[in-house]
Write a protein that binds this ligand. Structure first.
Ligand SMILES: NC(=O)CCCC(N)=O
Length: 263
């Protein structure tokens, strides 16, 4: 069995140090093998320009990743966390995967940018990736990726037992949809959504929280409320995600007929 969880936070835009501190203080209250932090958890979401995103972005050798890596090795907890990633002149809406010894296994760069993110970030170029974290196969999709069924399906076909879903939900659907994505792929999903309201540059965004952990049969094992900062933990058997059978004659992956599925 493994203990996995989400850390739902309400980051203050641009206040990286205090956002990091609050998230890690919350995370240190639990014992877990894997914790998922929200999309852009260290900076906040409501960037007003690409320049602002470049200014607040960091490489894998930056201070945010260092702090997360130190936490991972001190607590033997693998981490998936969303952050604005700088790579040369590019800036991505990314999520880092860090193993229990603090080893930075890599990043996933958000494939499907939402609305004005298209004016801020470069489109992700990693494709959907599965990482070995704490002895589990963990795939990552970021927020709006969930709308495209191909995201979760690609990760499940690549062997993900768990999908980490760091998010800043401005629409209320993902907490209803993620258990379905879990069921139709027979995987666990950890939705780690931020909460709170951001108001800047004449814009206002309200986030939905409702972080959750779903098992492969659509059971919600734990869920946070819409408001506030919360850690949610569930004890799971990742191997349950390897059983894709519906009954003795049907298997959701062996029965696929991609020749009829179009592009
Ligand atoms: N940050 C995002 O990608 C928001 C996407 C829309 C939603 N699913 O709320």
């Amino acid at each position: 069995m493994k203990r996995v969880g989400f850390v739902q936070t309400n980051p203050e835009f641009g206040a990286v140090e205090s956002n990091l501190k609050r998230a890690l203080d919350l995370a240190s209250k639990v014992e877990s093998d894997l914790l998922v932090f929200p999309e852009l958890f260290n900076t906040g979401y409501l960037f007003l320009s690409r320049e602002e995103a470049l200014k607040l972005s960091e490489g894998l050798d930056g201070p945010t990743i260092k702090r997360l890596s130190d936490f991972a090795s001190e607590h033997s907890t693998a981490i998936v966390a969303g952050f604005p990633e700088r790579d040369g002149g590019k800036v991505y809406n990314s999520a880092v995967a860090i193993d229990i010894d603090g080893d930075v296994k890599g990043v996933y760069r958000k494939t499907h940018l939402f609305y004005e993110e298209k004016l801020i970030f470069d489109p992700g170029d990693t494709g959907f990736r599965v990482f070995d974290l704490a002895g589990m196969r963990v795939g990552i999709m970021i927020c709006f990726d969930w709308v495209f069924p191909e995201s979760a399906r690609s990760l499940a076909l690549s062997g993900a037992q768990i999908i980490a879903h760091p998010s800043c939900l401005v629409m209320p659907y993902a907490p209803k949809a993620d258990p379905v994505r879990a069921f139709e792929n027979r995987v666990f999903i950890i939705l780690s959504d931020r909460s709170g309201v951001e108001e800047r540059g004449g814009k206002k965004l309200r986030y939905h929280g409702m972080s959750l952990i779903s098992d492969p049969k659509m059971n919600i094992l734990t869920q946070a409320p819409e408001e506030g900062e919360h850690v949610g933990i569930a004890e799971i058997d990742p191997k349950l995600a390897e059983d894709k059978r519906v009954n003795e004659l049907n298997d959701i992956f062996l029965d696929r007929r991609p020749e009829f599925y179009g592009k």
